[in-house]
Design a protein around this ligand. Sequence first.
Ligand code: NDP
Length: 451
Amino acid sequence: MTFDYDLFVIGAGSGGVRASRISSSLGARVAIAEEYRVGGTCVIRGCVPKKLLVYASHFSEDFHDAEGYGWTVGETSHSWPKLIANKDKEIDRLNGIYHNILKNNNVTLYNGRATLLDKNTVKVGDQTITAKYILIATGGTPVMPDVPGIEHAISSNEAFHLESFPKRVIVVGGGYIAVEFAGIFNGLGAEVTQLYRSTQILRGFDDDVRNFLAAEIQKKGIQLRTNANPAKIEKTDNGLKVTLEDGDVLEADAIMYATGRAPNTKDIGLEEVGVTLKENGAVKVTPDSQTSVDNIYAVGDVTDRIALTPVAIHEGMAFAETVFGGRPRAADHENVPSAVFSQPQVGTVGLTEAEAREKFGAVDIYKSQFRPMKMTLTGGTEQAFVKLIVEPKSDIVVGAHIVGGDAAEIIQAVGIALKCKATKAQFDATVGVHPSLAEEIVTMREKYTGG
Ligand code: NDP
């Protein structure tokens, strides 16, 4: 049977675009469908605009810190509409670049929602297209819990387009997105309350990191309330009235939910053609991203493996090389570094202390908490934290965790060391860069003994 294309990709986000570009370069005839904007969550309403807002929000602290270094900053003010307009311009530019990537790589773009008619046929609008292989790369969407008045709440999608800046903000959730946006709103001058339903934010991260960051963000003015969750949200003349489960009442101008994301697998025809989904709706895949239907693959957030852009890209490349490059390889999900763009940032790679203890029994811990040098002239109280977890028999460093300025930049390089299975002795043999926060990673000598 001849097909219109060798590969049809559904979803033009990070994973889908990379898979289509590489597949095309390997000789495949490729088409891609996108119902919203080419670029996906990361570029259009995720990592990229988020980081621009993080930069914007950091200036308030920078202005303050500048005085200790002899600057007179004078009166400052911030225009939210200007920030959003400039951010939108940049996102438009990137959207254009993504269009060009597809065009320059001979990938045909179908604007519209694609649905599967059978394992080789998709429908976009009134067009029916056939392909030998199909790749599902449809990403995820914010989940809003069923709370009375939830229609008055926003998700991160809307936060990027608020017309005016909310002076009082409630952020619900304790994951990446909640922590990052609480920091953004706080830095831009809002009164921020972050509500987390359980005992400590950033579940899944190292416990020391969680406790340390929680203390730091509170020092910067975020009112963090743990074991707290809204029971109902009402609109009033004065904004929003949020009644918590314990009966407490808060007022706000905006309430943003960052309570997780769900894979986009509804109404695509996946189950109808035999693609098995996990209980949470994600597409079930083998390590090389194949679904239960042999010619249908899936990469990125829709598979709910590790919901990070670089992971989706990595999975997309592995898929293309496996299917069209004759170089079969599974996506590698071990020692994936990641960062939370909180203020201060968190950078992490490898195991948490709890995971390492569970896996290895005894582990050696090295940790250090200190005042970053920049704070010495500013009167700032921000602290930094560095922690290494070592498997004692092999001496291999199995986890590295940093909280502090530039933690994201630092952890990228530390990730290479963990990928190479570097030992603590090799970390110690590396000369530090002085003065820097990063040198702490190679200068900690004393094992933490619980004192
Ligand atoms: P997460 O799954 O990380 O966090 C969701 C948070 O919401 C958790 O604290 C969770 O609590 C809480 N929660 C879940 N359901 C409810 C509910 N019904 N009521 C109240 N609280 C609830 O999701 P995010 O939305 O923050 O981010 C999604 C993914 O996107 C992340 O996992 C990450 O992979 C990716 N991401 C990465 C970023 C980066 O690399 N910097 C930035 C942003 C996103 P509990 O802990 O109790 O389950």
